[in-house]
Design a binder for this molecule. Structure first.
Ligand SMILES: [Zn+2]
Length: 362
């Protein structure tokens, strides 16, 4: 490990820690992190961001799967949607990529109205996205399981993306049943994007899954850990009677788990800003608050069902606070760039960080 490696490692720890702050206090994020960190073997945000930097080239399509529809109002939630828009912006700024949000029909109107808040034009025709600068796409994906394979094949035939990232995207369990957080069957409400996910994974496309409980695409990567410790996830623990649990069956090459999926995605964006040495890639606090307000006005709901702007019960002030801390913890390292002769060399000499993976909480 050299100075740059030491700094990168610890900026990654900062971002992983910030996305896993636990204002609720019931510890689910820390349970998930213990499992995902052990599986990935290094800070989750930095690992995924490095893979994006190695893989995504200018004009590459990047598919972002998101959009969870909630009971009892049958309206899509804020979590996942807000950060997917900000991730689209970051991918354009960092790589000149062509992001496309793939979501249930319920979310299309919101994406169209929110794209301008993050400074992007939005098109439903992927050809327009490819052709025009500062643009992103939005595509509705079917809720009909019988159509999912046809739609996924059609999308892949049109264009293969450089990467696929899921953010709070509903994932079905081993029996094909989609569950909400408390174990109810929400299969009819959700887009079947995990069919597309599996196809892209089979083709070897870089895949990053972001989740905050276990019922999201890709969380099957840490199946044993989630079944053991997360409520309603073990076999027969859901309340819908399918005989399974809420755990999504799909797996991912890279997972990020956090207190809410949006915070995990902000961590990923901040790590990208760090690696590219460009803090503009991570949005500012004002954009966070404005996007939450506009998203809420388009009908996206908080986890609680409220139409007051909120992400998994966290208001604009808490969300801007997380973004602000991520900005400052990353910008410091970008600004001073491991140039302290006094500290970096002498810390490395003592070898603490060479002795295997040492997560910040151990
Ligand atoms: Zn069930």
């Amino acid at each position: 490990m050299d100075r740059g490696g030491l700094e990168k490692r610890n900026v990654g720890e900062n971002l992983d820690a910030l996305m896993n702050l636990d204002p609720r206090g019931y510890g689910v994020c820390r349970i998930l992190y213990a499992g995902s960190r052990e599986q990935m073997g290094e800070p989750l945000t930095m690992r995924a961001a490095e893979k994006l930097c190695e893989t995504v080239k200018e004009n590459d399509l990047v598919y972002i799967l998101t959009g969870f529809v909630l009971l009892p109002h049958k309206k899509p939630e804020m979590d996942g949607m807000v950060s997917s828009l900000l991730l689209a912006r970051a991918l354009v700024m960092a790589f000149g990529a062509k992001p496309v949000i793939i979501c249930p029909e319920d979310c299309v109107k919101s994406v169209k109205k929110c794209a301008g808040v993050v400074g992007l034009h939005v098109y439903q025709d992927i050809e327009d996205v490819k052709k025009l600068p500062l643009s992103m796409g939005v595509t509705a994906f079917t809720k009909n399981p019988a159509r999912a394979e046809i739609e996924a094949k059609w999308l892949i035939k049109e264009a293969l993306p450089g990467a696929v990232i899921s953010v709070e995207a509903p994932g079905s369990n081993e029996m094909g049943v989609y569950h909400n957080a408390t174990g109810n069957d929400v299969t009819e409400l959700e887009a079947k994007t995990d069919v597309l996910w599996e196809m892209l994974r089979e083709k070897g496309i870089l895949n990053i899954a972001i989740g905050d409980l276990g019922n999201e695409i890709g969380m099957g990567t840490i199946a044993d850990h989630i079944k053991k410790y997360i409520p309603f996830a073990g076999s027969g623990e859901c309340v819908c009677g399918c005989g399974g649990g809420i755990l999504a069956a799909s797996r991912a090459d890279h997972v990020i788990t956090a207190t809410c999926s949006d915070w995990g995605c902000y961590g990923l964006i901040a790590a990208l800003a760090y690696l590219k040495r460009d803090m503009e890639i991570l949005h500012r606090e004002e954009m966070e608050a404005e996007l939450m307000r506009v998203a809420s006005r388009t009908g996206l709901i908080d986890m609680t069902g409220s139409l007051i702007p909120g992400i998994d019960g966290f208001n604009t002030r808490l969300n801007t606070g997380i973004v602000s801390l991520m900005r400052q913890c990353t910008a410091y390292a970008v600004r001073y760039s491991h140039n302290s002769d006094h500290w970096f060399g002498s810390v490395l000499e003592k070898g603490f960080f060479e002795e295997g993976d040492r997560p910040w909480f151990k």
